[in-house]
Design a protein around this ligand. Structure first.
Ligand code: ATP
Length: 449
């Protein structure tokens, strides 16, 4: 061993193999054992199931027709109760689920076969592994729409708490663009682009956390048939993800470079490597039966089989939210109508509105956003609170859970989804962005003096 034999474990990257061996050999036996065990755990990828860092889930569907809805906690409440109740940070599942609720529902299943364990798995993972694993504040995803009523004693308070005690029943849809606030009060030079999206769930299928491979494929076929009926400005084509083999006209999907460009340009979702989605096993059978429909201009888009059965999106450069919303309304109506024409209904609850995978999206499912350039306002210490006070959320330019980079660009959207109609929520975003741009200009003026 050369002069490097004196290196210690803080210099691993610059050490040779022999030097690392020597440093490890110098450790007390007990420490060495711990390191060996930790390395073995990292390497131990399950034959089926999924693993990511400290997290592992060995459950899997034995056949393509099987839904994913394990009974994870065979020991009952004792398997997780203590960890759940001790979890730090925001977690509604911890605040609301009692042992009595869990015991009441733990052996129940919905008609499609979904268990309560399936719905709470991500929340329990967060409690056990810590907040870095899962940034979600609810701790529940629905395995199917019936979970909302089947496990009502838990799900109702969760929904109500998540939506800040909304007015229920959720109001009927309002897609009347003429009722929007005048967006031209906003200085357009600050706005890069505008987007409005919602989700829809098609009746008869489990939601993405539980759906089987066969059902996902069937849903893709139904949706693509329905989307094929769109015409005029909405007319487009369906593009399955690269490597997807479920759509016969494009049997291996689109090429990887095209897919990456679509994601880079903010049109397409990414593979779920985000822990929260892994906990609910949204990565199963990736990339099969997932894809995007878009019109020629990429202003009307539908995501298929991602976090929801359908995500319906209208977007374009600039600040013309009226044009974006009118197109959104046409697309939603056309997709809903086309689904009905092929004999499929949508999961719309009389109490809560649209039922989507995540409780936080239920109701309208609507997130209206403007991507805006506000380097001064976004670096103010009270920026987050300023937004929250106006029922706004600001995400980084890379989407959900992306680091808010110091590029000064923020995707600013409405926080609420339920208890208010679509027009009201888009107006909250328009008013909020107008105020935010005004603030940015004031900061610019102050800086200049
Ligand atoms: N106003 C906008 N203009 C352009 N791109 C946008 C705008 N708002 C969001 N995006 C982009 O849309 C993509 C998807 O965003 P993101 O995943 O954050 O939200 P989402 O689709 O609304 O769903 P979820 O809230 O479930 O994550 C990202 O690339 C994001 O940057």
């Amino acid at each position: 061993m050369g002069s490097g034999a004196s290196k210690d474990l803080t210099q691993v990257s610059s050490a040779s193999q022999d030097e690392v061996k020597a440093a490890l050999g110098a450790l007390p036996a007990a420490d060495l054992k711990k390191i060996k065990e930790a390395l073995a755990a990292l390497d131990a990828k399950p034959a089926h199931g999924a693993a990511h860092g400290p997290w592992k889930d060995e459950t899997y569907c034995a056949s393509s027709s099987e839904i994913h809805a394990p009974r994870y906690f065979s020991g009952g409440w004792d398997d997780f109760g203590e960890a759940l109740k001790a979890a730090p940070g925001e977690l509604l599942l911890r605040d609301i689920m009692t042992k009595e609720m869990y015991d009441k529902f733990k052996d129940e299943k919905t008609e499609l076969g979904v268990t309560l364990d399936k719905c709470i798995k991500g929340g329990i993972d967060k409690a056990r592994i810590g907040e870095k694993w899962n940034v979600g504040k609810v701790g529940i995803l629905f395995g199917d729409a019936e979970c909302v009523t089947k496990f009502k004693e838990l799900m109702h308070p969760i929904i109500v708490a998540r939506h800040g005690n909304p007015t229920l029943p959720h109001p009927p849809p309002n897609l009347d663009g003429s009722k929007l606030l005048d967006h031209t009060v906003i200085d357009e030079s600050f706005v890069i682009s505008t987007r409005v999206r919602t989700g829809r769930s098609i009746s008869g299928f489990p939601l993405p956390p539980s759906i089987s491979a066969d059902q996902r494929k069937e849903l893709e076929a139904i949706t693509v048939k329905a989307l094929g009926m769109l015409d005029g400005e909405l007319k487009g084509d369906y593009y399955p993800l690269a490597g997807s083999t479920t759509y016969a006209p494009k049997p291996t999907g689109i090429d990887k470079a095209t897919e990456e460009q679509l994601t880079k340009d903010h049109f397409l979702f990414q593979e779920p490597d985000e822990p929260m989605l892994l906990s609910w096993r949204m990565e199963r059978d990736w990339p099969h039966a997932r894809g995007i429909y878009h019109n020629t201009d990429k202003t009307a888009l539908v995501w298929v089989n991602e976090e929801d059965h359908l995500r319906i999106i209208s977007m374009q450069k600039g600040y013309n939210v009226r044009a974006v919303f009118d197109r959104f309304a046409s697309l939603v109506n056309a997709v809903e109508g086309a689904c009905k024409e092929v004999g499929r209904g949508l999961e719309i609850s009389p109490e809560y509105g649209n039922i989507l995978s995540c409780p936080s999206n239920c109701g309208t499912g609507l997130r209206a956003s403007m991507m805006i350039n506000i380097p001064l306002a976004s670096s103010q210490p009270d920026f987050k609170k300023w937004c929250a006070d106006r029922k706004l959320q600001a995400r980084g330019s890379g989407g959900f859970a992306s680091e808010a980079k110091d590029d000064g660009i923020r995707d600013v959207s409405n926080v609420d989804r339920m208890g208010k109609d679509e027009v009201t929520l888009v107006n909250e975003m328009i008013q909020g962005v107008a105020d935010l741009v005004k603030w940015e200009k004031e900061l610019q003026a102050a800086k200049a003096t």
